[in-house]
Design a protein around this ligand. Structure first.
Ligand SMILES: O=C(O)C(=O)C[C@]1(C(=O)O)C=C[C@@H](O)C=C1
Length: 296
């Protein structure tokens, strides 16, 4: 049986774009939600899963991070960065104006990336959230009428929709990071391209809230000259004021610096867990265009 990749579906999502651009010689399996996709990896239903992690405009996909921390135990083994262009998609029979669109359907992250556009141009339209942009596009193709979806060109091709307004995301340099998660160590059947860099994502929990606690944690990295590319706090879900930190370090896990950091943090009473050490790949605009052209 060929290598099975689970993704946030249905067809036409940005996650599917990431999968199609990254893997070769694989079979893909669509899941309706991010937790369902991660459960499928945990249960061994698929060899790997691809789920959205962070968007340049809207930030972290909290559902993914929280599920990785609290519900499953799966390492991040790769990162795929995809350029994101959000379009307003309508049924091919729709011949009205922007103002005629009663309801806009999409994933909450896609809607958030287009807030200003909606605020300025579609004030009277109602917003309805779907579990993915692909699901929104599918709904428009089935229902038709005065409704629109926010989604990508791949979805327009997959569901036979018209791109009514192109590139409606509020800021130009829009990208989303997708995490590749795997349970059993297996070679990834990926296309032939080079990583742009390597990262290690860790979770740090502080023992309690005291003056300078975070400063002490950060200094364990800074005096070792380890560059951090992201730090974010998330609630522990144990009560107000209890947080853990997700930290992305700009290098692969090694046997000298990271154990040193871990020992230093543990001496401070903190705990540190490695969520993954992985190569990061950027899919070019050209790769994305080829995927979309293939479907139109
Ligand atoms: O709905 C999709 O198409 C997805 O793949 C999900 C998702 C996300 O969760 O951030 C992925 C990329 C875009 O930033 C918008 C939505």
């Amino acid at each position: 049986m060929s290598y099975q990749v689970g993704y946030l579906g249905p067809k036409g999502t940005f996650t599917k774009m990431a999968v199609d651009g990254f893997f070769k010689d694989y079979e893909s399996r669509s899941y309706e939600t991010i937790p369902e996709c991660m459960d499928a990896v945990e249960n061994g239903e698929v060899d790997a899963g691809v789920v959205p992690l962070e968007n340049a405009i809207e930030g972290t996909v909290h559902l993914t991070i929280d599920y990785l921390i609290h519900q499953v135990s799966l390492p991040i083994i790769g990162e795929i960065i995809v350029p994101i262009k959000q379009h307003l998609l309508v049924h091919p029979d729709f011949d009205g104006d922007l103002g005629d669109i009663d309801i806009i359907y999409s994933h909450s992250h896609a809607i958030a990336q287009c807030h200003q556009f909606i605020h300025k141009n579609m004030k009277d339209s109602r917003i309805s959230y779907t579990s993915s942009t692909g699901q929104a596009a599918q709904l428009i193709s089935e229902k038709g009428g005065n409704i629109a979806a926010i989604g990508n060109e791949l979805a327009a091709g997959e569901y036979g929709l018209k791109i009514f307004k192109q590139e409606i995301h509020d800021y130009p340099n829009n990208h989303t990071r997708f995490a590749v998660i795997q349970k059993e160590k297996k070679r990834l059947p990926m296309q032939d391209f080079q990583p742009q860099n390597y990262k290690t994502t860790i979770m740090v929990t502080l023992p309690r809230d005291y003056a300078g606690a975070l400063h002490q944690v950060l200094s364990a990295f800074s005096w070792r000259k380890m560059n951090l590319s992201k730090i974010e706090s998330r609630p522990m879900k144990t009560g107000l004021g209890n947080y853990f930190f997700i930290i992305d370090v700009d290098q692969t896990y090694d046997q000298v610096l990271f154990p040193g950091v871990q020992a230093e943090l543990e001496a401070l009473g903190c705990s540190m867990k490695v969520l993954g050490t992985y190569p990061s790949f950027l899919l070019s605009e050209e790769i994305i265009k080829n995927i979309c052209d293939h479907k139109s």
